[in-house]
Design a binder for this molecule. Structure first.
Ligand SMILES: Cc1cc2nc3c(=O)[nH]c(=O)nc-3n(C[C@H](O)[C@H](O)[C@H](O)COP(=O)(O)OP(=O)(O)OC[C@H]3O[C@@H](n4cnc5c(N)ncnc54)[C@H](O)[C@@H]3O)c2cc1C
Length: 405
């Protein structure tokens, strides 16, 4: 007889780990997490020092979620005694007359609609408050939001999984789920929507059964869900970050230098020094389409040079020696929105996709996915993240991978 679990979580990245924790916290017993590599591995999207967290968003479907997102990080820190959120404040900067100003206005509207306070800064105010920035253009528009900062994503993921294990969750490393079968059968303890169906998860050595399975497999999702009739395709891209040692360290320390987003022809973003004696920066969405089988983890020298040039021009005191450059995969849905829903036609299979901007949200997404499993619905507004929305089921709708709004 296969071993039976209440829920199997596939993937122990940021989202799967948070889901396992929230399941155990919600009273679920017999939860199994399957991870194809070792915990904390670097092949997925959740292995680095930081992920930006902010209220400023391009769309209110996310603006409505940022308060509970912050609440969940605070609750995790209180329960674990581990700091995972580093508050630095955050800047959004655009040059007047460029398309970036429209993005800033949109961010401001979303924050205003949700009662989030923010400050607007002109060029002189920005230069006075944050003299690290050297902006040659005459007219600059900036927004400062004091609750922004970053999540130490590696630490957050490790904290979620440790908390889950301490609450009784079983974690199997080096155990890849090769297939999911949703079949009629005697589901022990079936919850809302499962009827009498059960699910079988096949690995190389064993078969497990469960009342429900939640797939948090990020850039590996399609291999598992296409046989179940997945109607969308996950686009995987190779992204690159670079760590640069400042020429003067103190101005770029966490307490002196906010996280930032630069809304120009390209969207650049960056962090103060943390984890390495270096600031980190990147361009959002390089559109280098790969698969997990074809990707090369080698950083490209031309991207490193471009990012260093950005620093040399805009943050010259930060533009010292390149310490480290590395790549990381984005897993993008066709509309770049999350998927948090039951798999159409398979009421005991749940999908959790963060669409390559969920580092900040993973503590909340864990709660939402656990709610779907335990109660069959979530208290949070997740209607936009349905798996049967037009952008996912209608192949004639062209994909949009841009978060600028
Ligand atoms: C360069 C970069 C910068 C980013 N910046 C930000 C940011 O500033 N702010 C922000 O909010 N977000 C950011 N993100 C996005 C954020 O990091 C991701 O949305 C988040 O980490 C995704 O977590 P995940 O658990 O879905 O994916 P992953 O961490 O990739 O986890 C998926 C896991 O599933 C496992 N798995 C897959 N298939 C199987 C299988 N068949 N069997 C067993 N295990 C399996 C994998 O091994 C992996 O461990 C960034 C991402 C990148 C790459």
């Amino acid at each position: 007889m296969p071993t039976h679990y209440s829920t199997i979580v596939i993937g122990a990245g940021a989202i799967g780990s948070a889901t396992a924790y929230w399941l155990a916290k919600g009273g679920q017993r017999d939860v199994l997490v399957l991870e194809q590599f070792e915990l904390g591995h670097a092949n997925g999207s959740s292995n680095d020092h930081h992920r930006i967290i902010r209220h400023s968003y391009h769309d209110d479907i996310y603006g409505r979620l940022t308060r509970p997102m912050y609440d969940n990080w605070a609750a995790l820190e209180a329960a674990s005694g581990q700091q995972v959120f580093i508050k630095t404040g955050g800047l959004d900067i655009a040059i007047e007359g460029t398309p970036g100003t429209a993005s800033l206005e949109r961010y401001r509207a979303v924050m205003a609609a949700n009662g989030v306070p923010f400050e607007t800064l002109n060029k002189a105010q920005l230069a006075k408050r944050f003299p690290q920035w050297h902006i040659a253009e005459d007219e600059v528009r900036a927004t400062f939001q004091e609750e922004s900062g970053f999540i130490d994503i590696r630490r957050a993921t490790a904290t979620h999984i440790a908390m889950a294990q301490n609450l009784g969750v079983e974690v199997r490393e080096h155990t890849a789920a090769r297939a999911i079968e949703s079949v009629a059968g005697s589901a022990a303890g079936a919850g809302t929507g499962t009827g009498t169906r059960t699910v079988r998860v096949i690995t190389d050595g064993e078969v497990f059964t469960a009342d429900k399975v939640v797939v948090c497999a990020a850039s590996w999702t399609d291999a598992l869900l296409q046989p179940l009739g997945q109607t969308w395709q996950t686009t995987v891209t190779e992204e690159q970050v670079v760590y640069v040692q400042p020429k003067d360290l103190k101005p770029f320390a966490v307490e002196n230098f906010p996280i930032w987003c630069w809304h120009g022809d390209d969207f650049y973003y960056g962090f103060p020094m943390y984890g390495e004696i270096a600031v980190k920066l990147a361009r959002e969405n390089l559109r280098r389409v790969v698969t997990q089988d074809t990707r090369s983890a080698a950083p490209r020298p031309e991207e490193t040079a471009l990012l260093h040039d950005f620093l040399a021009e805009r943050l010259p005191e930060a533009a010292g020696r390149v310490v480290l450059a590395k790549t990381c995969p984005y897993d993008m849905t066709p509309d770049r929105d999350f998927i948090l829903d039951f798999m159409p036609g398979h009421p005991n299979v749940i999908v959790g996709s963060g669409a390559a901007h969920a580092g900040k949200f993973c503590g909340l997404l864990g709660e939402i996915l656990a709610e779907l499993i335990i109660e069959g619905r979530s208290q949070h507004p997740i209607e936009p993240f349905r798996a049967d929305r037009p952008a996912l089921v209608n192949a004639s709708i062209a994909p949009v991978f841009d978060l600028k709004g």
